[in-house]
Design a protein around this ligand. Structure first.
Ligand code: ADP
Ligand code: MG
Length: 366
């Protein structure tokens, strides 16, 4: 099922009654989610992810704009009539019911044509339970399950009605680190198997990058960039997106372009042909540094951390806008950890230049 959002906007009145100010939670969001894909909606807390999801589900009405499922305009439809499955951060299972009863629950209120026999309901419930691998836990109560198992029950309950669209709002946030990884692989597998168009909301960039076919990066209600995870990582449209994706995060410097050369402090680090002379902000991915005895970027060495395959070098530079510079280099590279200075060459495709004021990416004119 293709899902289309057309100029979707949600404005909330201010929570403070006396104030005239409103909150634009989602600002003119237009996007077509291709059929069968998993889209990761990513951004910091408060950027409008949940509000977007609730509008797709029908739990909240847009202030303006339209939502289509396939060719159907569903903007005015209630959640029950949209055919969506919803999973939240807190699993919201009925505590007094068994796993089986919890999964059956959405099927028991179906009316008219959709009404199912008892056997049909059981078959559906077991199929959904098998898909999330909890079919041997059907007679337990939620408090007899781990967090990960409870979340699987919640996913089974969302799947049992065979939704046209699956909507997940930070579904892994309550799980510990190991379960989070495992459950995220599960969700990916289930989504691939069922081919249900899925929107997955998270503030965790690594989670979104690893699970999504497409990511949408949001900031204060406004979509910043949409694309395949790797494409967005390799080609951030602005400093916000560059900073939001990647661990360790991108290193940011103040710099300038002068005579076709990019400078960081006094260091002429790379050619920057096609960009006029100006002050800029420079982002360098941690993997963009190469140890080099005559490298142009001179940094003060703080520490060297060996992490198996890679070495993490912590250093400093007067033009750095972060307290430290973190670079990741190959463990084979030899560096004297007691040295005072470390010199780097830079990989051009790992260096991004941004407008100092607007923070938009500057690309060279052809
Ligand atoms: P996210 O899920 O990305 O953390 P939300 O969609 O929950 O963000 O919220 C987006 C913005 O809308 C926030 O500023 C939030 O405070 C505001 N907001 C959300 N729900 C309401 C509401 N019911 N009334 C007023 N403001 C709201
Ligand atoms: Mg939220």
């Amino acid at each position: 099922m293709k899902v289309e959002l057309e100029n979707l906007t949600k404005i909330f009145p201010s929570r403070n009654k006396k104030s005239q100010e409103v909150v634009v939670a989602v600002d003119n969001f237009t996007f077509s989610i291709p059929d069968g894909k998993l889209v990761g909606l990513l951004g910091p807390s408060g950027c409008g992810k949940s509000t977007t999801l609730y509008m797709i589900s029908g739990l909240q009405k847009p202030t303006s704009g339209k939502i289509y499922f396939g060719d159907d305009d569903v903007t005015e439809l209630t959640p029950e009539h949209r055919g969506v499955g919803l999973v939240f951060q807190n699993y919201a299972l009925y505590p007094h019911m068994t796993v089986k009863q919890n999964i059956l629950f959405p099927l028991q209120n179906l009316k008219g044509e959709d009404k199912l026999t008892k056997d049909e309901m059981l078959e559906r419930a077991y199929n959904a339970a098998k898909l999330v691998q909890i079919d041997d836990l059907m007679d337990r109560k939620p408090n007899e399950l781990s967090g990960g198992q409870q979340q699987r029950v919640a996913i089974a309950r969302a799947l049992v009605k065979m939704p046209r669209v699956l909507l997940l709002d930070e579904p892994l946030s309550n799980l510990d680190a190991r379960l989070r990884l495992q459950t995220r692989e599960e969700i990916r597998r289930i989504q691939r198997e069922t081919q249900i168009t899925t929107v997955f909301v998270t503030h965790d960039q690594e989670e979104a990058m690893s699970i999504s076919d497409i990511i949408v990066v949001m900031k204060t209600g406004v979509v910043q960039q949409i694309g395949k995870p790797q494409e967005v990582y390799d080609n951030p449209i602005n400093l916000f997106v560059a900073k939001f994706l990647g661990t360790p995060p991108i290193n940011v410097f103040s710099g300038r372009v002068e005579g076709g050369m990019l400078y960081i402090g006094d260091d002429a680090v790379l050619p920057a042909r096609g960009i006029d002379d100006r002050e800029v902000t420079v982002g360098i991915r941690p993997e963009g540094f190469v140890l080099s005895e005559d490298g142009p970027l001179h940094c003060k060495l703080s520490s060297v951390e060996v992490m198996g395959r890679d070495v993490s070098i912590v250093s400093g530079h007067d033009a750095s806008l972060n307290p430290v510079i973190r670079s990741i280099i190959d463990a084979d590279c030899k560096l004297d950890p007691t040295a005072e200075c470390v010199r780097f060459a830079l990989k051009p495709h790992k260096v991004f230049i941004f407008d100092k004021e607007t923070e938009e990416r500057i690309l060279p004119e052809e």
